[in-house]
Design a protein around this ligand. Structure first.
Ligand code: XIL
Length: 320
């Protein structure tokens, strides 16, 4: 793990994971997940999202989040906490009230949510993804419920409240498609972070989700350039949700491209001084979100269904 603070894997709660066809025993999965030889960090892929943590207004439930937070504790892994304000996987009451929110009521709801959730996990989160995916593909703000009611004020509010509640956590802006140096969305991420800093608000990190595609992945040089550019703005950067999806079926060629992509990320994180670590968005193909969301694509993780490893595993080990 040359120079990096951690290499980790995100995981779901067992009840959530079972959405996927699951051919093997949990024991094998758990052994890899918990092994200190494989991963020194974890993130809940779902359990800390609004949907689970505040299913009813002002009623909080930490069962799902605790599963992963407790696992991090017992296996001595760093915990990245994910995510406080995101337009997806909101509790239905937040979405349903769409038309009735005012600036005052929505600000109050965001504040209450962050105080409760970040307050509950205070001291246990190495980092928090405070705001997730606030940008559109063209680099302008995503026209989410939060944005439509509050404009960019919701981003400021979220970071302010998170800073108050958990002074020890590294506060991140996290997004996908912000891994390439010349993209308009990367420019948007820089603008967003500058906006916070200009307002005197603490933002410590930029999280690049890095949901990559084997055929068209960014080069190591591109990733380094982006990491360096972000390093001028924040104390740390990280690859927070790494996976590399393949156009099915798997063959030697696309597995080789996939290996390149994983190696590029490791190489870049080693070269960029402020890159603190890499998180896989789960490590086991049957639990990957990719086939649910990207038709015809899959095999994005490092372990196949039969628990043999993708070639990218050894490729990464060699790069470290
Ligand atoms: C995904 C989860 O992995 C899935 O299980 C869930 O159904 C949808 O969300 N960007 C993010 C993550 O920030 O929270 C998303 O996780 C993947 C994309």
């Amino acid at each position: 793990q040359a120079g990096l603070l951690y290499f980790g894997a995100a995981t779901d709660t067992p009840g959530q994971r079972e959405r996927a066809p699951y051919p093997q025993s949990y024991a094998q999965y758990d052994a890899i997940l918990k092994s200190p030889d494989e991963f020194g960090q974890t993130t809940p892929t779902n359990g800390m999202k609004w949907l689970f943590t505040e299913p009813q207004p002002g009623l909080f439930n930490f069962t799902e989040g605790d599963y992963v937070a407790d696992l991090a504790g017992t296996t001595r892994k760093l915990l990245r906490c994910h995510a406080l304000v995101w337009h997806n996987q909101l509790a239905p009451w937040v979405d349903a009230a769409n038309t009735t929110w005012t600036k005052a009521t929505l600000s109050a709801a965001i504040t209450r949510h962050i105080r409760a959730v970040a307050g509950y996990y205070r001291g246990r989160c190495y980092a928090w993804d405070v705001v997730n995916e606030a940008l559109d593909e063209d680099g302008t703000y995503r026209k989410s419920l939060f944005y439509n009611v509050l404009g960019e004020e919701y981003i400021k509010l979220a970071f302010r409240v998170a800073a108050e509640v958990d002074p020890g956590a590294a506060l991140y802006y996290n997004d996908y498609g912000i891994e390439r140096p010349a993209s308009v969305k990367t420019a948007g991420a820089k603008r967003l972070v500058k906006m916070l800093k200009d307002a005197g608000i603490r933002v410590d990190g930029i999280g690049m989700q890095a949901h990559l595609h084997a055929d068209v992945h960014p080069s190591e040089a591109d990733l380094v350039a982006t990491g360096e550019a972000y390093s001028e703005l924040v104390r740390e950067v990280a690859y927070t949700e790494l996976d590399v999806r393949i156009e099915m079926p798997v063959n030697e060629t696309n597995l080789a491209w996939q290996t390149d992509a994983y190696q590029a990320v490791v190489g870049a994180c080693i070269k960029v001084k402020k890159c603190v670590g890499i998180t896989l968005w789960d490590f086991y193909d049957p639990f990957s979100w990719v086939p649910d969301v990207f038709a015809g694509q899959g095999a994005a993780s490092l372990w196949f269904a039969d628990f043999t490893k993708h070639p990218a595993y050894d490729g990464m080990v060699q790069t470290f």
